[in-house]
Design a binder for this molecule. Structure first.
Ligand code: ATP
Length: 742
């Protein structure tokens, strides 16, 4: 089965024109004179399979790989190499029966990789090839003079070549990738942890804030309930109390008006009495009445005296003018006199004042004196008696009149005095009334102003109530107006006001507490807390995921390591078995062996710079590495070790090694560029035999000047270079080839 169908070089190095080599035989030999471009073909293989080392293609820059031009053919702008694989057996893990891999490099150094005409990344090519045991360390392409590369290589590089040959590259890639992912995961775990750590204090802070907010909310609910109850009570109280006090105010005002009316009436009354009982007028009138009485009395007393004289005269006259007998007084005269005297004494008795009484008594005494005087007088003549009689009668009439006048004056005075007494009494009554009414008024005024003051207080309380409602609505919302459609709380109208005061103070304290809790940005903090918590939870999940995936990566890596280790150990055993055979065949005895060195920490060998972003895949890293050393002992020679081998011996040893490696895990093809250059004829024959043996498992492309090798090949390509410097390829016969070779 031939996997390699053909190679096409266009503008690659000396192949200025498109040149194709088609492989039909398990061993293809490329022959031609020195400098004709044979090695360029081998390098074309390296190039297209993703070689990144310019040195291994004998160049410094990408540009060096491009046909440089000659007088006959201008330089090219790009170098392209294309290989075609027969993939009918799915050598390459891609669902095509033929796979074309192409690489192009431009003068600016840009590279392009194409897989069946589609541009892909270098990484994709490397993976695809690694899966087919076509490795990057390139042991299956042995460049000219590099046959002993595996001998010159460091133990570590040697181990890589062997791993490559054993097809462990794929596992190595997988392992490296898993390790990279693990490292990434570790970084992410660290990052996530530190993010969580950073978040933690903020979260704790926010949590405590949220607790505070919740507490404040509870307090707010409490406040809401308390406020609603308080306001409902206050409203009920104010409504009822205001109505009651207003009623009282009206009643008191009305009563006050009545009292004022009564006072006005009393004042009128009083004034009336006052004017009636004017003191001056009263005294004047009293004096006049008294004077009238005195005058009337004098008048009467005068008349009494005159009457006494007239009666005496009459008596005298009636006795004939003779003087009455001594001691004999007419009875009439005596009677008249006694009557008058009795009357006078009665009057005196009636006198109120001592003075008046004395006056009356004096008058009585004068009467008696006058009567005694009449006792010695002579009677008047008869004419005179008549006249005296008439006079007495006249006087008696006047006296009766005067007596009546006096009695009237007496009565008037008594009447006046009595009426004065009554007026005083009435005035006193009026005054008492007035005082009573005024006292009542004062009391009412006091009550009214108390009611008004109470109303003012209620108005003030109402204003405070309004303010409290406003504030309450602002604090806890319109719910505080609950009283508007609810029943009056129990006891609101009967309890002590101090109960409300207690409630009010409790509410104030609660308000202060809420204010201290400072929940101004509550919503914002809650939102931030939720967000931060969600972020933390997200990070926790992320962390768990990362740790899980790190764990599974570790498992994968461990499994890969185990696989690599097992396969390596197993493979190495087989290589050593094959090596023993090849070595003995080439040297006619002796032995060579690959040995695993003691592990040591070494810096990972840096792959030459890949242009790909997956450079990390090849990043240098510290690792424990056990390289491979070679022990050689030649037959008939005592000395051991690589250092003592001749050039030919080295070439033989490396050929034995390369061949035994390719025996264990045969690569699809091997390219050997003048690997046989240092061999003598006998060894060249053995080499040719070994090639034939190898070709049963791997397709071989050999560049050679060796006749025996050419003879082993199934097809021969001759490479020539004409004067224009362009390499050309043609199929040649063995004889022709032998001629060219010589
Ligand atoms: P030998 O048998 O001596 O090993 P060879 O056949 O392997 O020789 P190569 O080394 O393949 O020869 O070819 C070398 C030739 O290719 C040189 O003549 C060199 O000038 C030519 N060459 C290399 N690179 C370019 C290039 N970019 N453009 C043109 N010619 C180039």
């Amino acid at each position: 089965m031939l996997y390699l169908k053909s190679i096409e070089l266009t503008g690659f190095k000396s192949f200025g024109k498109k040149t194709e080599l088609v492989f039909d035989s398990p061993i293809a030999a490329i022959v031609g004179p020195n400098g004709s471009g044979k090695s360029n073909v081998a390098e074309g293989f390296r190039f297209v399979l993703g070689e990144q080392s310019m040195k291994s293609m004998r160049s410094k820059r990408g540009e060096d790989l491009i046909w440089g031009g000659s007088p006959a053919l201008p330089r090219a702008n790009r170098a392209g190499v294309k290989v075609v694989f027969n993939n009918s057996k799915r050598l390459l893990d891609i669902d095509f029966s033929e796979v074309v891999i192409e690489r192009v490099v431009y003068r600016d150094g840009q590279n392009e990789y194409l897989l069946n005409g589609t541009q892909v990344r270098l990484k994709d090519i490397i993976r695809l090839l690694a899966g087919a045991n076509i490795g990057g360390s390139g042991y299956q392409i042995i460049s000219q003079g590099e046959a002993d590369r595996i001998l010159n290589a460091s133990p570590r590089e040697r181990r890589e070549m062997v791993e490559d040959a054993l097809g462990l590259k794929l596992y190595q890639h997988k392992k490296a990738e898993s390790e990279r992912k693990l490292a990434e995961a570790a970084v992410n775990i660290d990052k996530t942890r530190s993010l969580r750590r950073e978040l933690a204090p903020h979260l704790t802070f926010l949590r405590s804030q949220v607790e505070k907010i919740e507490k404040a909310r509870e307090m707010k609910d409490e406040l809401s309930a308390k406020l609603a109850d308080y306001l409902a009570r206050e409203n009920a109280y104010l409504t009822q109390e205001t109505a009651r006090v207003k009623d009282e105010e009206h009643a008191r005002a009305r009563e006050l008006r009545d009292a004022e009316e009564r006072i006005a009436a009393a004042r009128d009354e009083l004034e009336r009495h006052a004017s009636a009982g004017d003191r001056g007028e009263h005294a004047e009138k009293l004096a006049a009445l008294e004077a009238a009485r005195v005058a009337a009395r004098r008048e009467r007393e005068q008349l009494v005296r005159e009457m006494g004289r007239a009666e005496a005269a009459l008596e005298f006259a009636e006795r004939g003018g003779a003087s009455p007998e001594e001691g004999v007084v007419p009875a009439s005269a005596a009677r008249t006199h006694a009557q008058r005297l009795s009357m006078m004494l009665a009057e005196a008795e009636a006198k109120e004042s001592v003075e008046d009484m004395r006056v009356a008594l004096r008058a009585a005494r004068e009467e008696i004196t006058r009567f005694i005087g009449t006792l010695g007088e002579a009677p008047a003549p008869a004419g005179e008696a008549r006249e005296a009689h008439a006079q007495v009668e006249e006087l008696a009439r006047k006296l009766a009149e005067a007596t009546e006048t006096e009695e009237r004056a007496e009565r008037a005075l008594a009447e006046f005095r009595r009426s004065g007494e009554e007026g005083r009494e009435a005035r006193h009554e009026a005054e008492r009334n007035m005082l009573t009414h005024e006292a009542a008024k004062r009391e009412l005024t006091g009550k009214l102003s108390a009611a008004r003051q109470k109303l003012e207080e209620l108005a003030m309380l109402s204003r405070r109530f309004e303010e409290e409602v406003r504030e309450g609505v602002a604090l806890v919302g319109a719910a505080v107006r609950g009283w508007e459609n609810a029943a009056i709380p129990e006891g609101a109208l009967s309890e002590e006001r101090s109960e409300q005061e207690k409630r009010r103070r409790a509410i104030e304290r609660l308000k202060i507490k809420i204010e201290e809790a400072g929940t101004g940005e509550g919503e914002q903090i809650l939102r931030e807390f939720t967000q931060t918590k969600e972020r933390d939870e997200f990070l926790a999940r992320e962390l768990a995921d990362l740790e899980r995936s790190a764990q599974s990566l570790k498992t994968i890596i461990a499994e890969l390591e185990k696989t690599i280790d097992e396969r390596f150990t197993e493979g190495l055993k087989h290589i050593n078995e094959a090596l023993a055979v090849f070595f003995a065949k080439l040297f006619g005895g002796g032995e060579a062996k690959l040995e695993v060195e003691a592990p040591r920490v070494r810096r990972g060998a840096a792959r030459e710079n890949l242009e790909d972003e997956d450079d990390a895949l090849y990043e240098e890293e510290e690792e424990l590495y056990a390289g491979l050393s070679i022990s050689v002992s030649l037959p008939r020679k005592k000395v051991r070790g690589l250092e003592v081998l001749s050039g030919g011996e080295r070439a033989l040893t490396s050929i034995a090694l390369i061949f035994s490696m390719s025996q264990v895990n045969p690569p699809p093809f091997l390219i050997l560029d003048e690997t046989d250059a240092a061999l003598d004829e006998a060894n060249s024959r053995r080499y040719a035999d070994m090639i034939k043996e190898l070709s049963r498992k791997s397709q071989l492309i050999v560049i050679t000047h060796n006749r025996a090798t050419m003879a082993a090949a199934g097809e021969l390509y001759g490479v020539t270079m004409d004067s224009s410097g362009v390499s050309k390829v043609l199929s040649v016969k063995l004889e022709e080839a032998e001629r060219v070779a010589k």
